[in-house]
Design a protein around this ligand. Structure first.
Ligand code: NAD
Length: 366
């Protein structure tokens, strides 16, 4: 069962927090409210066995609080496994701020949010996600040290998105190597859904590699700007999933591979930046596998951003960031091969490695 097939009534009929479908033994969930600034946020701490829970803050106009809660539960869980599989000593956390980032985000609101982060004494460390800019992290930094992704001019590692895009590009190349026998993307058709911070940078890598890039976004201005800059083709059809492309790169929001789309997808590879691309990990992952579509696990290939912000905590430089991000190629290839050998989905293979690392650390910590 996936969230997408549940009606709002079914969601509200579940126990409000621990009974939610996305609840997965999360350690702590913090609800933050501030009347003066209008802040309504939820911080989700999924697991801190490997280290402090690090993950970005998303500001989004959710249609109701259940949607926001389920988003933070799913996203924070994803962070646990992302850091685990990337070999970082970090746990998984995430925060969501309910509201429109364009009209409701103010420095006062961000500072108040930062104070809530600070009250957790470093158990949760925040960063940028959808609806956030590097400058917002700078604002949060005014009230707490438990924030990453601050400006380079302020001693931070800067905007993580270009590094995320590079990692996605590496993962995509590995998937191409696995599926087509070569990681050369020249003349391969790639549809990039969402050309925001990460998507645009991915378009640049793909264009440089000679791929035939098709772009899709709900923001017309961005489409025109990215088309003008890279010569990408704007998608004009009415069902992106049925487009007969080589690669589909989801770089907007999660759960685009769901009951309505999974059987329609014509791409041979799915590799993108969005978190939680499969509405139901097991069910939709198995359908993709049965249909011969190679799915590069999202939390594995979009780890560039966390590698970048981790540098701020561990004090390593750009060269090490790039080396670790480039290694996403090798890890992806290993996982695709092991999934095939073990007859499991690629996501199951990736999750099992990540979970084993956490279990091992748990034993060491005892
Ligand atoms: P962003 O907000 O900059 O870009 C998202 C883009 O998607 C926007 O241009 C938006 O208009 C577009 N969009 C929204 N709904 C759409 C739809 N239905 N169809 C087509 N386009 C749509 O976000 P971002 O930082 O580029 O992140 C993109 C995705 O990657 C998110 O899911 C994010 O969680 C994930 N991610 C980002 C990073 C990072 O470093 N920024 C790291 C890991 C994962």
């Amino acid at each position: 069962m996936s969230l997408e097939v549940l009606t709002p009534n079914e969601l509200t009929n579940m126990d409000p927090v621990f009974g939610q479908l996305s609840f997965d033994d999360h350690e702590q969930i913090v609800f933050c409210n501030d009347k003066d600034t209008g802040l309504k946020a939820i911080i989700g701490i999924h697991n801190t066995v490997l280290g402090p829970a690090l993950g970005g803050t998303r500001m989004w106009q959710y249609s109701n609080e259940y949607e926001a809660l389920n988003d933070v539960l799913r996203l924070s869980r994803g962070m646990t496994y992302k850091s685990a599989i990337t070999g970082l000593n970090l746990g998984g956390g995430k925060a969501v701020i309910i509201g429109d980032a364009k009209t409701q985000k103010t420095p006062e609101l961000m500072r108040r949010f930062g104070e809530f982060v600070h009250s957790l004494s470093g158990k949760y460390i925040t960063a940028e996600d959808v609806g956030m800019e590097t400058s917002d992290m700078d604002t949060v930094r005014e009230v707490t040290p438990y924030v990453t992704g601050i400006s380079e001019s302020k001693g931070g590692a800067g905007n993580p998105s270009p590094i995320t895009a590079y990692g996605v590009f590496m993962g995509m190349k590995a998937a191409a190597k696995f599926k087509f026998g070569s990681d050369d993307l020249e003349n391969k058709s790639v549809i990039v859904q969402g050309i925001g911070h990460v998507g645009e940078s991915l378009v640049e890598h793909l264009t440089n590699d000679g791929a035939k890039v098709i772009i899709s976004d709900i923001n017309e201005e961005r489409l025109e700007a990215v088309k003008a800059k890279y010569g990408a083709e704007i998608y004009t059809g009415n069902n992106i999933y049925t487009e007969p492309v080589d690669i589909y790169a989801p770089c907007a929001l999660g759960a685009t591979i769901n009951d309505l789309t999974v059987n329609k997808i014509q791409a041979k590879i799915i590799a993108g930046a969005a978190n939680n691309q499969l509405a139901n990990e097991l069910f939709h992952g198995r359908i993709l596998k049965n249909r011969g579509i190679v799915y590069a696990p999202d939390f594995l290939i979009n780890a560039g951003g966390i590698i970048n912000v981790y540098a701020e905590l561990e004090n390593y430089g750009k060269a090490e960031i790039m080396r670790k991000t480039e290694n996403i190629y090798n890890t992806t290839l290993e996982i695709l091969n092991s999934a095939e050998a073990d007859k499991v989905t690629t996501l199951e293979a990736a999750l099992s490695i990540a979970k084993n690392r956490i279990e091992e650390r748990k034993k060491e910590n005892r």
